[in-house]
Design a protein around this ligand. Structure first.
Ligand SMILES: Cc1cc2nc3c(=O)[nH]c(=O)nc-3n(C[C@H](O)[C@H](O)[C@H](O)COP(=O)(O)OP(=O)(O)OC[C@H]3O[C@@H](n4cnc5c(N)ncnc54)[C@H](O)[C@@H]3O)c2cc1C
Length: 227
């Protein structure tokens, strides 16, 4: 898969007219879903979230019909506001728990985790500067909640490679996955990744229930205690 982000302003404006917010609501979690790929333009101020919303509403949709799309635009604006009042390099709600290191696994950076959905997403990131939202969550979950890395350095790695690199959305989202900007860590298991990334892997270290993934926490605590 190759993604090209045009820089001609008229072509960018045309993309606004091509948004299908109903299909978006139905498919946005799938790696081939009807997402807009507008983030490089929004994050660089080429188009605003207001302009995007206005363009969609002129098609006659009611907000209630396209709630899922509007919500995501709101998340973007909300994170910007958070960035105005908080130091995003530090934890927003609470300290990340269960940290064992302040690095990022070379398997993630080299796209060699063995998880096909995540590895393909990292390769696409290097090639095109884009990663699907769900894949960003999967990657951050593997890094922070399985490899137990502190969120900051890995977030900087992803930010560096993204064409839409935006520190407010980036840091707030990494912290959300790591449980530092939410009450609960976000875990993605193999079944989830297979479903939304169209892979078909089994017997991987993620091929287990959420309860089992959560329990790793306790094993780790026990191991740390003993060592
Ligand atoms: C770990 C992680 C890191 C992220 N880092 C960034 C980043 O550096 N820059 C960035 O712009 N977004 C970031 N996001 C948010 C989101 O993944 C991207 O905005 C979205 O995937 C961009 O693709 P799109 O334009 O096709 O989005 P669409 O799904 O088509 O959404 C339209 C627009 O809404 C906004 N948006 C959508 N989803 C989100 C979201 N979850 N949070 C905030 N805004 C959203 C974006 O401006 C996007 O262009 C991150 C999310 C995660 C989980």
């Amino acid at each position: 898969m190759e993604l090209i982000f045009e820089t001609d302003y008229q072509l960018i404006l045309k993309k606004l007219n091509e948004i299908d917010p109903l299909q978006y609501g139905r498919t946005r979690n799938y790696v081939n879903g009807a997402v807009t790929y507008l983030s490089p333009y929004i994050s660089r101020g080429v188009v605003s979230t207001h302009q995007v919303l206005k363009s969609v509403l002129k098609e006659g949709y009611k907000i209630s019909e396209i709630e899922s799309f509007v919500k995501e635009l709101c998340w973007r604006d909300y994170f910007q506001r958070v960035g105005q009042v908080k130091d995003l390099n530090t934890e927003i709600k609470q300290a990340q728990s269960e940290i064992t290191n302040y690095h990022i696994s070379s398997n993630v950076v080299n796209a060699s985790t063995g998880n096909e959905g995540i590895d393909a997403a990292v390769r696409l990131l290097y090639k095109s500067g884009y990663m699907h939202n769900h894949c960003r969550m999967y990657t951050a979950s593997m890094v922070c909640n399985i490899a137990k890395s502190h969120w900051l350095h890995p977030a900087q790695w992803m930010y560096y490679h993204l064409l839409d690199g935006d520190w407010a959305s980036n840091a707030c989202s990494w912290q959300w996955v790591a449980g530092a900007n939410s009450n609960k860590k976000y875990f993605a298991n193999q079944e989830n990744i297979n479903r939304f990334a169209f892979t078909n892997q089994s017997n991987t270290f993620l091929d287990t229930s959420y309860e089992a993934l959560e329990k790793w926490k306790f094993h780790l605590r026990y191991w740390q205690h003993k060592n």
